[in-house]
Design a protein around this ligand. Structure first.
Ligand SMILES: O=C(O)CCC(=O)C(=O)O
Ligand SMILES: [Fe+2]
Length: 363
């Protein structure tokens, strides 16, 4: 039985959310053991792996000529689905500091903002991990997140000490993400008339406090991102890991993603994997917790097609569908995609819903 199946735990969990202090509040109160609703249970549909390995994460210098950038970006998206970019023109330092400032405000200043469901397009909470079918209900990560949701989050909701830096970051990173989506699309070899419009769908400002029992929790459970692409800014603490694709019988090993000063990290999400007809990899990743270190801060901005085009169909681009490589997925709307994700959880069990069986494939 999963740890959070029983009524007592559900009541304790409700009380936790009511306290409005998040994981930071628990740590400040001096907890020495992890409450049961944090104890991580691997989601259904993701084969476990405890192996680790080393791997040189590709880095792309965005001051190179565009043709060189497109080629490098395409290569990275095809081989591992994750890469650093340098010379990107986004100064994320002030925003990363502002995220830390927010999460380290006194309890009385931050708890009035605590909400799992959006108010004015903003949430501040320990967001339950959508664990998917068979996983025994949501589990909390050892992390608090301040999130800004499209289309127009109300930055007026957050304290003035961090407001301008966060609003400014969202603006810059949105412009950057649109360009990056264009590069990733160009690298698929489609013509310039083919567009994939995206917006900063969710900007998640994460805070990962140290944990007294780090082996029992995860800062972020293993997942793929439910979007076209993600742009991540992080401080120098580290803890992010991604999983090298081990092929069909995936028992691929975990790789540390050490922070690179000044760089942003890009990863391909599930929507682009499907649109690319499996040319690109959508990478599984997670964040480890540690004890006795500084809290970690990151800002993950997930890009998706703008809200309000809910009837638009997405699926493998016609240019990428050939006799040798028929469409691997059927078309879907973003609403269908997100519903599948909510129902089946992270990882391939949600994208598999759209897979075309081998004997049904036609060009
Ligand atoms: O904090 C990180 O490094 C990763 C966050 C993440 O995976 C996400 O927000 O989807
Ligand atoms: Fe992620």
């Amino acid at each position: 039985m999963a740890a959070n199946d029983n009524y007592g735990t559900a009541a304790a969990l409700a009380k936790y959310h009511e306290s409005g202090g998040g994981v930071r509040g628990l740590v400040e109160s001096g907890v020495t053991s992890v409450p049961p609703y944090f104890q991580f249970v691997a989601p259904a549909g993701i084969p476990g792996s405890t192996k680790t390995t080393t791997f040189a994460i590709p880095a792309v210098d965005l001051s190179l000529p565009r043709a060189a950038i497109v080629s490098l970006v395409g290569q990275a998206a095809r081989t591992c689905g994750i890469f650093h970019v340098t010379n990107h023109g986004v100064d994320a330092g002030a925003a990363v500091s502002a995220v830390r400032t927010f999460h380290e405000l006194p309890l009385a200043s931050r708890s009035p903002l605590y909400t799992v469901t959006p108010v004015g397009g903003v949430t501040y909470a320990t967001n339950p991990e959508p664990a998917g079918k068979g996983a025994g209900g949501p589990i909390l990560p050892w992390r608090d997140s301040l999130r800004f949701l499209s289309p127009k989050p109300d930055f007026g909701r957050v304290p003035e000490v961090c407001r301008a830096a966060l609003a400014g970051h969202r603006h810059c990173v949105e412009e950057f993400g649109k360009e990056m989506a264009g590069m990733l699309l160009a690298a698929l070899g489609v013509g310039p008339e083919r567009r994939l419009d995206v917006e900063a769908w969710v900007m998640a400002c994460h805070y990962y406090p140290p944990c007294p029992e780090p082996e029992r929790v995860l800062g972020a459970g293993e997942h793929t991102d439910p979007c076209v692409l993600t742009v991540l800014a992080q401080d120098d603490v580290g803890g992010l890991q991604f999983r090298l694709d081990g092929g069909d019988n995936d028992d691929g090993a975990w790789v540390d993603v050490p922070p690179v000063a000044g760089a942003l990290l890009i990863n391909v999400g599930d929507v682009l994997k499907l649109v690319s007809n499996d040319e690109y990899k959508s990478v599984l990743h997670k964040v480890r917790s540690r004890s006795g270190q500084d809290a970690r801060v990151s800002i993950a901005t997930l890009f998706n097609p703008p809200k309000g085009v809910d009837s638009d169909l997405f699926g493998p681009l016609p240019e990428l569908v050939t006799a040798e490589k028929p469409a691997r997925y059927r078309s879907f709307t973003m609403a269908e995609f997100l519903k599948s994700r909510a129902e089946f959880g992270h990882g391939s069990s949600s994208t598999e819903r759209f897979r075309v069986a081998d004997d049904e494939r036609a060009v």
